[in-house]
Each structure stands twice: as C-alpha cells, then as structure tokens.
Write a protein that binds this ligand. Structure first.
Ligand SMILES: *Cc1c(COP(=O)(O)O)cnc(C)c1O
Length: 446
C-alpha cells in the first residue's frame, strides 16, 4: 500500500529538523523507542483505513508514554485490600522512612556491631518475631512460597511428607503444594479425603521414612459442611511422640487477631506455636501488612537445619526488606498496628467512614449519572476467603462498563475498578480522601 510504504524510517525521523526540538531533551534510546511506537500507531491507523500520516503530535504522545516509568502508583478502587496484582500490602509510613534511611548508604546488614563479626541478615527481626509469636527462633526468606520450598528441602528431601488430601492446595500463581514437594525431593503421602481427614489417617502412615508432618492452613479457600480435620495440637503431639517435626504453612498468618464485622477469624501465629508446631511459615505482606517476605518461626533445633541448607542462601532477603520488616514489627511491639499499618487500618475501617467517603466522591462526580451503593469487599491476597467486610461504592450507570473500565485503567494515575452487573463500581475502602479528586477527574475524563 502506498501510504504504508511512505511511512518514514526511524533514521529519517531522527534527522528531521522539525522534530529536533521535541527529541533533543531525550536520550537516544528513549527517542528511538518513541519514534518506533509513533510509526507503529500510524501504521495501525492506516491499516484500519484512516488517511493518517505521522505528525509531531504522534511523536509527542509517544515520548510522553515511553519516558514514563513502567511501574507506577495506581488507585485501588476494587475494595480488595490485599490485591496481589496491585502489590499486596501498602507499607506503613514507618517502614518507608526506614527504607529511606538505609537504602542510599551502607548499613550493618551482616555485621554484628558489638562483636565486629559477621552476623545473619535477619538478626534485627529475630527477637521481635520471637516475642510476638512465642517461638524459640525465627528466620526470613523471600516469600512464603520460598519458606515452604526451603522447609521441605531441608526436612523432607529423600523422605516422606504426610499431608491431608483436603490441603493439597494451589497457593496462587500456579504454585501448588504437591509440585513444591516434588521439587524438594520429598515423597508425598496423601491421607484422608477432600473433606475429612482424621488424626488416625496421619498416624497410620508414620514410619521411619517420614521426614515431615504437614498442615496447610486454608487461607485462600474454605471447606464447609461435612468436614473434619486434625488440629495443630493433636498433630504436634503425634509428631513429637515420633520424633518428626510438624510443619504448618499458615499462609496469610495474622500476628494479632483482627476483629471487625464481616471479617472471619484467623488463627494467630502465636496460637499455632502455642499448639506445638515445630515450624510455621507465613507471608509478611498479607495480613501482617509489611514488605514481601516469608517468615519462618519455630523450634531452634529445627530452624537450625533450615539455616544450614544451601537454598537458604539462594532465597535470602535484601536489606530493604529487613529495614521495612523491622519497622513494621516494631509497630506491633508498640501496640500501634491498628492505626499505623495500612492493611489493618483498611480492613478495620468503619462502614460509616466509608459511606461518608463514597458520598464525598459522589459530590465530586456531580451530574455524571451514578448511585452510592453498599457492597461487600474482600480481603484478598489469599486471606480470609469467606470474609465479606461491608463497604460503600459509587456505581456508574449509563456508560458502557468495559470501555469506562479500560479508560480508567489507562488514566494517569490509573484507576483500577470492578465491574458488577455491567456497571463500573468504585469501592472507596482503599482510596484515601486525598485521592478522590483524581478518581473523579479520571471518570470525567479531564
Ligand atoms: C499465600 C500463601 C502462600 C504463598 O505466600 P507468598 O508469600 O505469596 O509466597 C503459601 N501458603 C499459603 C497457605 C498461602 O496462603
């Protein structure tokens, strides 16, 4: 086609005098990427039958897009507090400040300042974790999936791990417990049925080949109705009597219980330790509300085996995680978790406060057709699957939901909403009052 052939080459465009003032402030890689994008967008329009040719406006638009960071803040109007696609837990201010204090310089990450010797990088949080959970010892790896992999590798490689059929779960992103076991070189011994597993089912399979008894907390799904499971306490007694460790993958792991209407109750890490589990793993960026990390607490002798395993080095955390985690755990130590940790504050937000916020957004939307509606939120991030905390949203009617949804997502800042029955719903739980203006602007399209 004539018009396609007439599209200029990148070299031609780089040399074109009329573009030089637009391009000159940018580095060559940015200029080239923007020109490629501008040419591609004109080509698409030509192929769609438009009478298009490349002009300065196309280049300016492309430069604006290409120069922007790819990872950027978004406004979460989904009402889902722990949204894995949106980065899970927003960090407490104290954690952000601690990262800022550490990130730009040197720190004593692996240096014991008292002894002048090499120390372990998670040392700063061991005492805090032990005090908060009642455990003898603690360590930290990259995320909870890594904690599971390390635990199986260190304790059950070449041996058998006994787990209930009701707990052979996928924990998100295609990460399945049976696959982890295979990866670690453990042999999986499944016991019980999907809905009912008794202590005797585990006991019948215990032998001198057993490396590990496993309990996986149902943090991202629920089995209701005719169901039965062995408790941590029963399993811990059985395991201890046979000289085998009990590992509990607690997943979303609450450090302190969370009480609010619509939230379900979660076992705290301390309760699982008190019940006798030898090793407990949980995420730091789910209900705990800190940075991404996998926390492992339990008996010292058992954790020593994990610390000595070569995977521990491969799964280690960086200094920014240590900084943020220590600051977050201090908030728990000081009893400030409900006001200072955003995840908990968002989950505990009172419906009256949320309604007032929805009404504020409604006022900002003015004549745009909408209603203020009550809605049930979700905790998200594989936590409290049955919880439905009450919230308030603004429902936008009279528009094509999918195109508005896309437009909001493409905005600056992007607004991530939910589609409910062909309407776009903006749940206000995770929007702070200062971001409502930006949301209203995005909806109006200005
Ligand atoms: C979420 C979850 C994991 C994985 O945790 P990450 O920190 O996302 O790696 C493991 N086990 C259970 C039970 C979970 O809920």
């Amino acid at each position: 086609m004539e018009r396609l052939r007439a599209l200029p080459s990148i070299d031609e465009l780089l040399a074109r005098p009329s573009l030089s003032s637009l391009l000159s402030p940018h580095s060559r890689p940015v200029a080239v990427a923007a020109l490629r994008e501008a040419v591609a967008s004109v080509r698409t329009r030509v192929l769609a039958g438009e009478d298009a040719s490349l002009d300065e406006g196309d280049v300016a638009t492309a430069l604006k897009r290409v120069g922007q960071p790819k990872l950027k803040p978004v406004l979460n109007a989904t009402g889902v507090v722990l949204h894995t696609n949106l980065g899970r837990a927003p960090l407490p201010v104290a954690a952000i400040e601690r990262i800022a204090a550490i990130a730009g310089g040197y720190c004593n990450l692996e240096l014991d300042l008292d002894e002048g010797e090499r120390g372990s990088r998670y040392e700063p949080v061991v005492e805090l974790l032990c005090a908060l959970t009642g455990a003898e010892d603690a360590m930290v790896v990259n995320n909870c999936a890594a904690a599971v992999l390390l635990t199986f590798s260190a304790l059950a490689h070449g041996r058998e791990a006994i787990v209930s059929r009701g707990e052979l779960v996928e924990i998100g992103g295609g990460f399945r417990i049976p696959d982890v076991m295979r990866q670690s070189g453990a042999t999986l011994i499944e016991v019980g049925t999907t809905n009912r597993t008794r202590l005797a089912d585990y006991a019948a399979q215990l032998s001198d080949r057993t490396g590990l008894l496993v309990k996986v907390h149902r943090s991202n799904f629920a089995i209701v109705g005719f169901s039965e499971e062995a408790t941590t306490r029963e399993l811990a007694e059985l395991a201890t009597g046979r000289g085998v460790p009990l590992f509990e993958d607690l997943g979303s792991g609450a450090l302190r219980s969370l009480h609010a209407d619509g939230l379900s109750s979660e076992p705290t890490v301390a309760s699982v330790i008190a019940a006798g589990a030898h090793v407990v793993a949980f995420s730091a960026d789910k209900l705990l509300g800190g940075p991404q990390a996998g926390l492992i607490v339990g008996k010292k002798a058992t954790l020593d085996r994990l610390k000595q395993h070569p995977l521990n080095r491969a799964l280690r955390i960086d200094k920014l995680t240590v900084a943020a985690l220590e600051a977050t755990l201090e908030l728990y130590r000081d009893g400030r978790e409900d006001e200072a940790i955003p995840t908990r504050a968002l989950l505990l937000a009172r419906p009256g406060v949320l309604l007032a916020r929805a009404q504020k957004l409604s006022a900002l939307l003015g004549a745009i057709p909408h209603r203020v509606v009550e809605t049930a939120g979700r905790v998200g991030g594989g936590s409290m699957p049955l919880a439905a905390p009450k919230s308030w949203a603004v429902a936008l009617s009279n528009v094509r939901a999918t195109s508005l949804h896309e437009k909001l997502r493409a905005g600056d800042p992007p607004v991530i909403a939910r589609i409910v029955d062909d309407e776009v719903w903006l749940d206000v739980r995770c929007l702070d009052d200062t971001s409502l203006d930006a949301v209203a602007r995005a909806v109006r399209g200005d």
